[in-house]
Write a new protein. Structure first.
Length: 249
């Protein structure tokens, strides 16, 4: 049954690749010391030496990969699969970013969704003549985009925490449930907010010189940035109320 789950992706034309897995002692099968890798999320190099580039939807290849060891599975995103993934990490504020998007643009269309350990993977079709690239945190706090040359760890993989990845509302991956991406989301991905600019330096005497951004734009971690200034002020590393210098748009 488990091997059929892996083959199910290939049957729907989605290239897959074997990833390292969690050993019985909780370590990654790659043997790296703690902190030396992304446990059970990186390609199994002996089978796919070029990583996601070697991902395959060939049925025989996929069967041979997953018949001997409990590899986790990665599914390729971007042009090769026809969809991209919005990887929402709630530990970094991804849920707050999505909430802000919904308040501004309306609900995201219901689409195939996966539950990793801390957040969600939202899959959307790539429109014709559109290229979606990978990016990390450029689109918004706690949001990574997986597009061309990217992949996501997919069900039934096992996270280091012991959590098993799963597709929401369906036992197996179902390409027919992937919705078209709204225009505003495509625009947000292709034209992310520009990094904060500096209006120069402010000399605080014995406390040194501090660089101030001219503004902290929405979607760039505004709340966490302002809190950082406030905490520095409270600790004495900045003068009291120095954190209010950035203006809000």
């Amino acid at each position: 049954m488990l091997r059929y789950v892996f083959v199910n992706y290939a049957q729907q034309g989605v290239p897959v690749l074997p990833l390292h897995y969690i050993e019985a002692d909780g370590s990654c099968s790659c043997g790296a010391d703690e902190g030396g890798c992304k446990p059970a999320k990186h390609p199994f190099g002996q089978l796919v030496p070029h990583g996601v580039v070697d991902a395959s939807a060939d049925m025989d290849t996929v069967r041979s990969w997953f018949e001997t060891k409990p590899y986790n599975i990665g599914i390729a995103t971007g042009e090769v699969s026809g969809f991209f993934a919005v990887d929402r990490d709630d530990r970094d504020g991804g849920d707050a970013t999505i909430k802000k998007w919904v308040e501004t643009h309306g609900d995201l269309p219901k689409s195939l969704t996966q539950r990793p350990s801390d957040g969600v993977h939202l899959l959307f079709k790539i429109p014709p003549d559109v290229t979606i690239k990978n990016d990390q945190k450029k689109t918004g706090a706690g949001i990574d985009i997986r597009g061309d040359n990217g992949y996501i760890c997919a069900a039934p993989s096992i996270h280091q925490s012991g959590h098993q990845y799963s597709w929401e509302g369906c036992e197996l991956f179902d390409r027919s449930k992937i919705a078209a991406a709204p225009d505003w989301l495509i625009d947000k991905i292709q034209h992310p907010a520009k990094p904060m600019k500096s209006i120069g330096k402010v000399d605080f005497g014995d406390l040194g010189v501090f660089k101030l951004p001219d503004k902290v734009a929405d979607g760039e971690g505004r709340e966490s940035t302002l809190l950082s200034y406030e905490h520095q002020s409270m600790r004495g590393s900045l003068p009291k109320y120095a954190w209010i210098y950035p203006h809000l748009p």
